[in-house]
Design a protein around this ligand. Structure first.
Ligand SMILES: [Cu+2]
Length: 143
């Protein structure tokens, strides 16, 4: 008489324990790993996009123009400037307000890194004599 009852109770306890354990496990998995993975994926994608699009700018120089004439970067963010000289004489990319200059010989590419802490519009130009007057001037927009 006692043995069957104890077995029955044990069975109930085991069933309850398994059911509770299974439910608890599912909830925990969905809450922690499911939510965590989603957040991590979003952060990684956003970070990658930001770095690729806004962490670098490419400016081309010819006689006597910059392309593009207006360059936009983000305030406070380190930005790599790739200055491609597609012309046949030396050119440079100079921004007096932030004391920045990248020079590139004919058919060469110069690179430099700048961080502009304050938003605003800064004039850039080529400091080779006569080039600014010839049209090598543009606006660096920091936002
Ligand atoms: Cu020039």
């Amino acid at each position: 008489m006692r043995t069957p009852r104890m077995l029955a109770m044990l069975g109930l306890l085991l069933t309850a324990a398994v059911a509770l354990g299974a439910c608890g496990g599912d909830d925990a998995d969905q809450a922690s790993s499911g939510g965590g993975q989603t957040e991590q994926t979003e952060q990684t994608e956003q970070g990658g996009d930001d770095g690729g699009d806004e962490g670098a700018v490419r400016i081309e120089a010819t006689e006597f123009a910059f392309s593009p004439g207006d360059v936009t970067i983000k305030a406070g963010e380190p930005t790599t400037v790739e200055f491609v000289n597609a012309g046949s004489v030396e050119h440079d990319f100079t921004v007096d307000d932030i004391d920045f200059k990248v020079t590139a010989a004919a058919a060469k590419t110069g690179t430099g890194e700048l961080t502009v802490p304050e938003a605003g519009e800064y004039t850039f130009y080529c400091s080779v004599p006569g080039h600014r007057e010839g049209g090598m001037e543009g606006t660096l927009v920091v936002e």
